[in-house]
Ligand binder design. Structure first.
Ligand code: BJ8
Length: 422
């Protein structure tokens, strides 16, 4: 911890304020994670990463930068890590899931802005997140309006590169996204002084495909009648996916999956007497475990997340058959354009995904969670509810933020929903 203090001081962090953030973490970890029964042993690794979330990985990034390495901070599941990795750089998610950062963000943004966006700005300007201090360049993207405007404000304090994400899925949009990925490649080459060759990009595609494959395996195991791992634990893994070393993360998830297979064979079933729930909606950035905790302490077990901290992050692989840089980049673009985010129009494929995943996961019900003031997901919630109802899948729509103010009321609503599932 003493080493961490020095590192945080060297990073120019606000130590006094950061201490306040660190003070609440052990309690939250105890309440949310350690209180669960019969957890897989291989969760040890992820628990350790979480317990020292602002120490372990940041120390690696500090070391990497000392040796001349560059770190790129990202905010969205559409930004392809492959290109950053191919230039020998590190991509790290700049997730913002804590209420702690929201008041800081409100100094720059209207209060009626999505909490995720407010937390992004609070984390940067309050100087209380080492990842926000360590990223040399932030990679933003034109998804929702709130993020676009927030990136302009972040750009007053840190180098920003914005990727212009198309919002439709016509052939020309796939070509356009490939063009934006080429611009990203040019940027990382310039920043790192490393040329992205065919060999390097092909290796990076394989590395990130392997990471997605490990997550796919984990999610497939949860579909079993015997559920071997809680949704809360899986959510933590999905959150850590955004910033851990990809090869190590893949190895740790694979090790966990080996254990989960054994647990299934041994008849371990965390779903015993519980209702299986699929969660869909806005992303749950670390340390936002609110909904999973509420569901799993109210008679439910989360068996799948159709979110960017869930299936949207890992479904579909990049085609590895590309031989030239142009082909590889188009293959990368095609994979990322297969993500179905509400910022696209039309986005009916997301409802198809929810129905498919609910069936595959044998979900008893779907809970659609919307972060307050996120218009696109809020609007989509109505049609999603109709689609689920037409399929006979019970549906509950929830809007919430990062505070605990509504926790009791949500617990009552979720408890009633789960009871109704019979
Ligand atoms: S691909 S979901 S990570 S944009 S910030 S849209 S919650 S108002 S995060 Fe997202 Fe990429 Fe889409 Fe996924 Fe709404 Fe908030 Fe905007 Fe948000």
């Amino acid at each position: 911890m003493a080493d961490n203090q020095k590192m945080w001081a060297d990073l120019g962090m606000n130590l006094e304020m950061h201490d306040m953030l660190c003070a609440v973490l052990p309690g939250a970890i105890g309440d949310v994670f350690m209180s669960q029964e019969n957890r897989p042993e291989a969760m040890d690794y992820f628990d350790m990463v979480l317990a020292d979330v602002h120490g372990l990985r940041p120390a690696e990034l500090v070391e990497f930068r000392k040796n001349g390495g560059k770190v790129f901070g990202t905010f969205c599941a559409y930004v392809p890590d492959e290109v950053i990795v191919a230039a020998g750089a590190i991509a790290t998610g700049l997730c913002a899931g804590s209420q702690f950062w929201v008041p800081g963000g409100e100094r720059y943004l209207p209060a009626n802005t999505c909490p995720l966006i407010k937390a992004m700005l609070g984390a940067r300007f309050d100087k209380t997140c080492p990842f926000y201090r360590l990223a040399d360049v932030y990679i933003g993207e034109t998804t929702c309006d709130g993020k676009k405007k927030a990136y302009e404000i972040l750009g007053t304090d840190v180098p920003m590169h914005i990727m212009d994400l198309p919002q439709m899925k016509r052939e020309k949009d796939y070509l356009k996204w490939a063009d934006e990925i080429k611009d990203l490649k040019d940027l990382v080459e310039k920043e790192t002084g490393t040329v992205v060759t065919e060999e390097k990009l092909a290796a990076a595609i394989k590395l990130i495909n392997a990471k997605r494959g490990a997550l796919e395996r984990l999610y497939a195991l949860r579909r079993n009648a015997n559920v071997p791992i809680s949704g809360t634990d899986t959510l933590l893994i999905s959150q850590i996916a955004y910033y851990d070393d990809p090869a190590r993360f893949t190895a740790m998830v694979s090790k966990l999956c080996d254990e989960l297979e054994k647990r299934i064979a041994d008849g371990v079933n965390l779903a015993e007497g519980k209702k299986r729930i699929l969660i869909t909606g806005t992303p749950m950035a670390i340390p936002n475990w609110k909904l999973h905790n509420l569901v799993e302490t109210s008679g439910g077990i989360v068996v799948c997340e159709e979110t960017c901290t869930g299936t949207r992050y890992f479904e579909n692989q990049v085609d590895e058959s590309g031989a030239t840089l142009d082909e590889m980049i188009q293959n990368i673009a095609n994979r990322y354009m297969s993500i179905n985010c509400a910022c696209f129009t039309p986005n009916t494929a997301r409802a198809d995904d929810v129905i498919r995943l609910a069936k595959e996961s044998k979900a008893d019900g779907v809970i659609d969670v919307n972060l307050m003031f996120c218009q696109t997901y809020d609007i989509e919630g109505r049609s999603l509810e109709e689609r689920c109802k037409a399929e006979g899948i019970p549906f509950l729509g929830i809007e919430t933020d990062y505070t605990d103010n509504d926790a009791q009321q949500l617990k009552t609503r979720i408890g009633a929903f789960i009871e109704l599932l019979g």
